[in-house]
Design a protein around this ligand. Structure first.
Ligand SMILES: [Zn+2]
Length: 370
């Protein structure tokens, strides 16, 4: 993520929300996981390994509803705990049979633990739920708030602990899952995720996604709008609203060169595809490194490639952050510190030492300002 205000907020958040939580008794948890005060889901001996998400997105009511089905690693446990915040939980099954669940006390920062009863042989749980008006990760935009002004738009922002507000999930950066998703949207819109993505609209508004590499919950992302795709190379390209597409394509035309420069420094790009979606103007951050599909603000479309270090930054996260992740949000600096360094190295390789020095100076000023 690239945003200085976020860094201040992250620091405050870390200082104010690190409440002590009780370790459960499991050996596995204490050996495998570090204490993460920002999630209820750690310290279980039952851990999710794969998500199959099946949801419907209703723009009229601004509600996402559906079922999150998880494959779990179950070490003879009788419960599994997910994070949940501002979600309506309708029903839960374990191995396909209805089971009991309990939503714990609401914490203003963390939300509620969703404790689900399972048996020793439970390998699959399914939670049927819907989002509410308070859901923090979803940004619903009216047509007027978009660039083209003809259709609404929706995007998610999961980092740091907001994915739990649109999917009941083990929302800790050290718990990684693969995912598949089926997403139903209005026919005139296209859906894209941090996954293998469509390049054209589907005829019926149904989209299927696959993320085959295990990722932490905060990197699950969804954007829906009247968008189009334009390739830059066979593994890079851009999504944007129609009126923005050519400008965005021109601005980011060095993206393949950036990936090559990054590979020369850090080794192969493992996520296969690197695309950028430029969101409507209200996107609150500069960029978000959702794997395979960076989310970017249109404010970087300057017309002269002068602000493309944002793309270098989000690309750098493909290694530092997305492959190697801070285990707890108390160590967020690990994600961002290495990434800023790597961003500057990529810009140096592409545009020379002078530009890299200028970026380093700006970063240094921002750091001291904060
Ligand atoms: Zn970042």
């Amino acid at each position: 993520m690239k945003n200085t205000i976020f860094l201040i907020l992250a620091l405050l958040f870390t200082l104010t929300s690190c409440k002590e939580k009780k370790q459960t008794e499991t050996e596995l948890a204490s050996e495998t996981y570090l204490e993460e005060p920002h999630s209820y889901a750690q310290s279980n001996d039952a851990v999710t390994t794969h998500l199959d998400l099946d949801i419907n997105v209703d723009f009229d009511t601004q509600v996402i509803s559906g079922t999150a089905t998880y494959e779990i690693f179950n070490n003879d446990s009788n419960q599994i705990i997910l994070d949940s915040k501002f979600l309506e939980i309708e029903s839960v099954t374990a191995n396909g049979v209805a089971t009991t669940f309990k939503l714990g006390e609401m914490d203003a920062t963390l939300g509620q633990p969703l404790t689900i009863a399972i048996k020793e042989d439970t390998q699959k749980i399914a939670v049927t739920y819907k989002t509410t008006a308070k859901t923090e990760a979803l940004q619903w935009l009216t047509a007027q708030q978009t660039a083209d002004k003809t259709n609404p738009f929706l995007f998610t922002q999961g980092q740091a602990i907001l994915t739990r507000t649109w999917i009941p999930i083990q929302d800790s950066p050290q718990i990684r899952i693969t995912y598949d998703a089926t997403v139903k949207v209005p026919q005139e819109l296209m859906a894209v995720m941090s996954a293998e993505n469509p390049k054209e609209k589907s005829a019926n508004g149904v989209y299927n996604f696959k993320m085959g590499y295990p990722i932490p919950a905060y990197l699950i992302a969804l954007a829906i709008g009247d968008i189009e795709y334009k390739a830059i190379s066979d593994r890079t390209g851009v999504y944007a609203e129609k009126s923005m597409l050519n400008k965005v394509h021109e601005e980011f035309s060095d993206m393949e060169k950036m990936v090559v420069a990054a590979e020369d420094l850090y080794g192969d790009y493992d996520w296969e595809q690197f695309d950028v979606i430029v969101l409507p103007p209200s996107f609150p951050f500069g960029g978000m490194e959702n794997p395979r599909l960076t989310f970017a603000t249109p404010t970087v479309i300057a017309g002269d490639k002068s602000l493309t270090s944002l793309v270098a930054h989000e690309l750098a996260h493909s290694w530092s952050g997305n492959l190697v992740t801070n285990a707890t949000w108390n160590d967020f600096w690990l994600n961002e510190g290495f990434t800023v360094y790597f961003e500057i190295r990529i810009m140096e390789a592409l545009y020379g030492k002078d530009r890299a020095n200028m970026l380093a100076l700006i970063v240094d000023r921002i750091l001291k300002m904060n």
